[in-house]
Design a protein around this ligand. Sequence first.
Ligand SMILES: *[C@@H]1O[C@H](CO)[C@@H](O)[C@H](O)[C@H]1NC(C)=O
Ligand SMILES: *[C@@H]1O[C@H](CO)[C@@H](O)[C@H](O)[C@H]1NC(C)=O
Ligand SMILES: *[C@@H]1O[C@H](CO)[C@@H](O)[C@H](O)[C@H]1NC(C)=O
Length: 604
Amino acid sequence: MQNLRWVLKLLLILSLFGQLSKSQNHETVISNCNAADRAALLSFKSKIIKDTTGILESWTGSDCCGESWEGVECNPSTGRVTALQLQKPSDSDSISDDIFMAGTLSPDLGNLQFLEVLVISGMKHITGNIPDTISNLRHLSQLVLEGNSFVGPIPSGFGRLSSLKTLMLDGNRLRGQLPTSLGNLKGLLQLNLGKNLLSGPIPPTFKNLQGLQFLDLSRNLLSGVIPEFIGQFRNLTFIELSNNRLSGPIPVSFCSLTALSDVSLSGNQLTGKIPDKIGGLKSLTSLSLSNNHLTGQIPESLASLKNLWYLNLSSNALQNPLPTSFVKGLGLPSLLSIDLSHNKLSLGTVPNWIRTRKLTAVHLAGCDLKGTLPTFITPTPLTSIDFSNNHFIGGISTFLAKMSNLQFLKISKNQLKFDVSSIVLPRGISSIDLSSNQLFGPLSAFINNHTTSFLEVIDVSRNIISGTIPEIKEGLSLKVLNIGSNRITGHIPNSISNLVELQRFDIRRNQISGTIPSSLGLLVKLQWLELSINRLTGNIPNSLLGIVNLRHANFRANRLCGEIPQGRPFNIFPVVAYAHNQCLCGKPLLPCKKEKKNPPQMGQ
Ligand SMILES: *[C@@H]1O[C@H](CO)[C@@H](O)[C@H](O)[C@H]1NC(C)=O
Ligand SMILES: *[C@@H]1O[C@H](CO)[C@@H](O)[C@H](O)[C@H]1NC(C)=O
Ligand SMILES: *[C@@H]1O[C@H](CO)[C@@H](O)[C@H](O)[C@H]1NC(C)=O
């Protein structure tokens, strides 16, 4: 669901971009580029010490306005550079890790006097400060330096860029306060400074940014209150201030922004009530207020939001009762996704207005729900369910029966009681958390029959599941396998090495015996290995030294013996990770005694 929000945000940005860049199409007349501009570009190129995008390779020959100079655009009649747009090719994420530019930004970019558009985005490893000289580019209307590694402050000279419509510096490591001078940018339509380390308050001068349509300051360290004046930004459609340290109430003035479609204030320290006038946000489609300290009841007017499809009020201190129009099944006609988890709501049962709607996500964790799992009237569209921390009892079969699209299921910390081998999981499920219930039956049946290639997370820890860990077939995508605190017996199968994607493997507190298979060392993506409190014998195989990403390992309270693999990270894990075994030795424990009588097979 969060993903969908990001996609929508991206589309919004792209459409705004489109509007802004239409004016700069190529003309056919080509004149040679201005020598000073060419020198500035070559200076930029010289400060990029590594470029795997292939873009700068194309910068050869004297005519920087010619076809070959990728990302450079000129005014054909003057030969002056008007646009420099370097964007990482938007291929799939998997290969794009290797595509970047590394180096710093040449201050000579400030010599491109006629530059209107400067976009250097997603290059990841361009670092150093953003040069002050960019403040000299008086014609600049778009300045986009997102997704790099810039450090230091936002140059306060940017306040002189009076033609600026778009300023995006998100996804860097910029520090310091928001420059008050940015308040001079009266023509600004889009401002994105998200995902940095910016601190301090939102400056009062920002009240001049009345034309803003898009404002993203999320994921910084901003503090202070959300200023009242944001209520005057009539054209604002998108505001994202989540994951900062903002405090105080949600300003009531906010509620008069009739163009606003997307609001996220989650992950702050906001207090007080959700304003009664929230219904004034007539265009609202998405509202996230999760992870704050909001109190009181959900206001009645919220129900009147006709376009709202995403509502996330989780992790606050909101109280009963819910708005009466909710209860009557009226209101929120467009709703698709609702999250009321972890408040002070005591709902008793899943309300009918939720059970009878066509929804894609229902998260009601910690809502004091009782009885057996509910029946949804239209279960097919559901992709995400969180009913954790409630008091549900009984089985799960009827509940899951028609949820053919379910991907995410979390019903941990309830009192469910059923045989895991009888469960029929939806085919496309990718994450299932049934930990801390009273599930029983054999593990082998569950893992064999239910791990499809889509399944990435299985957590069935803290139940009373028995049986052995089955042989693992190839082709699975499991990243998390947590079967800790059950009654599982038998060995760890050699075929565990087929789980090539595994990051967390937790079998603690069972009755698992036999040796640790050396094939475990083939799981190179493993970060978390928990084997404590079992009956494992033999040594810790040296092959585990191959797991270079391991951050946590625990072998405590088994019957292991012999030398601990000597190398990182095994010899730097704390002593407790090896305590209460038969005869483990070597760093971080005491040195191994040299063999007395027995010939040298010992220890390996
Ligand atoms: C809001 O948008 C309208 C229409 O595009 C425009 O005429 C108006 O000037 C804008 N308001 C501000 C404060 O910029
Ligand atoms: C609600 O927001 C929280 C983060 O604040 C997130 O973890 C959760 O997944 C969101 N719920 C839905 C249904 O998107
Ligand atoms: C699960 O697999 C086992 C064999 O491992 C088989 O005997 C059993 O019938 C299967 N159960 C279901 C419900 O498919």
